[in-house]
Design a protein around this ligand. Sequence first.
Ligand SMILES: [Zn+2]
Length: 260
Amino acid sequence: MVTFWKNMISSQIGKLDKEKSMVLLPIAAIEQHGGHLPVGTDSLILEALLERFANTKEFKGYHVIIAPQLWVGKSNEHLGFPGTISYTAITLYNMLKEMVDSMVKSGFKKVMLTNSHGGNTDLLNLISRDLRIEYGIDVYVFDWWFTPFWQELLATEKESPSPYGVFHACELETSLMMAINPDLVDKNAITDETPDEKFQDMKYLSLFGPVNMGWKTRDVTKSGVIGSPSYATAEKGEKMLQYATDKLEAIVAELLGFQY
Ligand SMILES: [Zn+2]
């Protein structure tokens, strides 16, 4: 069964077999997404994914509970672009810790931080170990930006030639938004911008490593786009949403059966 925490009665949560339960804690962002996507893009995509996941997936004998989503994340790289709202790392750390602390007080032993914004990734990996050590619970980080999550699908669906074609307000995110809520996409304002030129003479330095840099968005883009949204289509977005839903099901099924 998959249920939203907010829809459950206190006693129902109390009675759940915690050995057979896992909480997904969704976290996203409110930040500029170029001239064509809404600032809530990361949050809207995650919300749509989790709704489809809850409506279509079932884990017989287990309880998967989706906690209230954190709509705002750590987006200080985008500050200065209108509409971006960001917590500091310390605030976000404390909020996540206090939410997980509350979940532990309700008896839960397995939590997956479920993330749709690349700027949150470092903090989530860091806090996952702290939570594991402090509470002794199982803590996982689901992240699709700095993991191979999309790899299989992008191998056939990605059309933009740049390695940065899928990065931010990109072919992927624009396709997903076109499938989820096309009215929120300003198609006439779509422009591609990638930092290929900036790194063309660099052997080691790139936004993918092996040497990373502490960058702010203005360092690598004028428009706020890092990617090739001109290759986006709603059909591709629908495939991506279904792919993500199915893959999330496989991930959750694996973790439900995993023991530290
Ligand atoms: Zn995004």
